[in-house]
Write a protein that binds this ligand. Sequence first.
Ligand code: HSE
Length: 439
Amino acid sequence: MKAVNVGICGLGTVGGGTFNVLTRNKSDIDAKAGRHINITHVAARQLNPDCDTSSVKVSDDIFAVAEDPNVDILVELIGGTTIAKDLVLKAIQNGKHVVTANKALIAEFGNEIFAEAVKNKVTVSYEAAVAGGIPIIRALREGLAANRIEWLAGIINGTGNFILTEMRDKGRAFEDVLKEAQALGYAETDPTFDVEGIDAAHKLVILSSIAFGMPLQFEKVFTEGITAISSADVAYADELGYRIKHLGITRRRENGVELRVHPTLIPSSRLIANVDGVMNAVLVKGDAVGPTLYYGAGAGAEPTASAVISDIVHVARSVNGDTSEVDYDANVPHLGFATDQLSNFNILPIEEVETAYYLRISALDQPGVLSKITQIMSEAGISIEALIQKEPAEGQDHVPVILLTNRALEKQIVAAVSKIEQLDSVAESVVRIRVESLK
Ligand code: HSE
């Protein structure tokens, strides 16, 4: 059977990992694909000293791979959305299948790229774009195909989870942990993508589109990062039996779909609450299967390479042995649903999202203050699940009051909090963190 020739663009952390794992495990991988998978061309601005590229064609122009008639699958690992987009479109137009780990590219330009791929009868695979080594795209598109997905929630940024874990367990400073994540190759080139939730938003929109069968709408994801999380809130959450995790959550509701990334208190007893360090996890609730949990390394060279290579094997298995054309009809649609069956669900604005809340209020330590706060909540129709008042710190006349609310619409909470902040007996802004039971 004809071999499949692979051209790798980008030889950084993930490119280097892909090159090395494909080379190291070649005989097993070929046996699984049922044919030889050969790296025939690599292109990178600079070579990776960890990769022995002496037996492959090496270019410094990535577009040389897209133009190489000998390449069947172009693997895009350069990142970014400008040159990467041109490269991927060029490869597609030249009849090459594409494998990419580029979540920003798929989240922002996936609709256009998939349409071009369908037109040119090639595939674009992107397992590595979400949750690193966890095969979550395949699980959603294939393993859970029987289900009507109700919701999913995931820790889908390894850097953010690593930072929150180190802060909680070792009391380390935010900046210090971030530097370590960069040195370990977990963080994005621009690490604000990690800590401000943009990276997680890219991944969430992809998961949501596959879960519910709708076009990608990155601009509609509500995104809040982890930079404002204080060690005081981490400690109070612990005391209440919760962990703070940075979650991507998408949920089907009667009037639309929730699509949101933000720090979230989750009960410590949930398995996902105990996913620490750079590890990722995605909890998916299907109507038939119930809750399922997927766990693994969300970043790093070889975990991400594992997902990239699974796509290469998938493409290698589905292309015709003699001509390298993909058996297109038998292939899995890019977003799991047939392209003409995608729905334009309404993405709910954050005000319409329904969630419980952790509120930390700095209140004057005198009689009647708590009753004013609880009265505002009750007038807003929001029930209180738990309330604790801490001791005042030495010399302070204000005390932290922590409320856990029941579920309510975000706009109800915002209105009530604004009234609480106007009380003379309340100093500073109220700290608000959403709470999910993930039942
Ligand atoms: N910066 C990303 C993360 C890399 O930390 O999860 C994997 O997408």
